[in-house]
Design a protein. Structure first.
Length: 291
């Protein structure tokens, strides 16, 4: 499906309006965080990117939107929204939109991209780490406050901030499928910050000092929210405490390994091989191994 679509910036007011309507289709009617046609238009004029995936009839199937600015003296693009029409997900369009976004921005000389994602949404985390090659060392608590989207109900809007050095060799290898992340059998013996089964997560162990750690998370938060909201909130609380503590202690999340009920973030202390802190964000990487 995604290969029959054309990816390009929005061209006129009607297409910008279609994008605003599309946001309500994805995040719920009356979604208060909708980006207006005027802001989408200004973003395209002033170095941001608002682009859609169109079929031959001109219908919109997905879009990406972000702004470009300066962070700590460096030009950075912040990818604010990416969405695919409900019913058409898991067909590669979201990844294709990221590839397109990267190509456009690199063509402008922009090498860094940031965006946020829910640490408990395994589908997104898998794409971000395994297919795009991101890393993260920043956790934001309830970043967007309590929204009216049904996707956020009850569990708040805690987010990880993705760091994407778009021209790094690791990123290129991941996008081409030339490098994989670690298999479960390669890391299953590492210490787990949270123990216990899916139904009864323990309080996080905040005393681990090993250079490599595993942080378990539920694989399917949406199903858990539908079945047991109290359990979903409990997972939010214990993983929030763990992320905040270990990021503050100098760890970085480098991989996401999916599982049938529990998935795991692979945390490495910065300065260890593969941690990313000593690895240049562009140009040659010191090692071709994922670990």
């Amino acid at each position: 499906m995604s290969h029959g679509l054309t990816l390009r910036p929005f061209r006129d007011l009607e297409e910008y309006r279609a994008c605003a309507r599309f946001q309500e289709e994805v995040w719920g009617e009356g979604f208060s965080e909708t980006v207006s046609p005027a802001i989408l238009m200004i973003a395209n004029r002033l170095g941001g990117l608002a682009a859609g995936a169109f079929d031959q009839e001109g219908d919109l199937h997905g879009f990406v939107f972000g702004l470009t600015g300066v962070e700590e003296g460096e030009i950075v693009h912040w990818s604010d929204m990416l969405a695919v029409r409900p019913g058409e997900r898991d067909r590669g369009l979201g990844t294709r939109l990221k590839h397109y976004q990267r190509e456009v921005l690199l063509g402008r000389g922009i090498r860094r991209m940031r965006w946020t994602f829910d640490p408990l949404q395994g589908r997104n985390a898998h794409v971000n780490f395994a297919k795009l090659g991101i890393y993260t060392r920043e956790y934001q608590t309830n970043l967007y406050g309590e929204t009216d989207s049904p996707l956020h109900r009850g569990v708040g809007t805690d987010r990880l901030v993705a760091c994407w050095p778009m021209d790094a060799e690791r990123v290129v290898r991941r996008m081409k499928g030339q490098e994989r992340g670690p298999r479960w059998e390669e890391i299953q013996g590492l210490p787990r910050i949270i123990s216990g089964p899916l139904a009864t997560p323990t309080a996080p162990d905040l005393d681990c000092a090993e250079p490599r750690l595993l942080l378990p998370v539920p694989e399917d938060l949406d199903r858990m929210m539908a079945q047991d909201m109290e359990l979903a909130i409990r997972w939010r609380e214990v993983t929030r405490e763990a992320f905040l503590h270990y990021f503050d202690d100098g760890y970085v999340a480098r991989e996401f390994i999916r599982g049938p009920s529990l998935s795991h973030y692979f945390l490495v202390r910065e300065g260890e091989k593969g941690a990313g802190a000593r690895e240049p964000e562009s140009g040659p990487a010191p090692s071709s191994t994922a670990l």
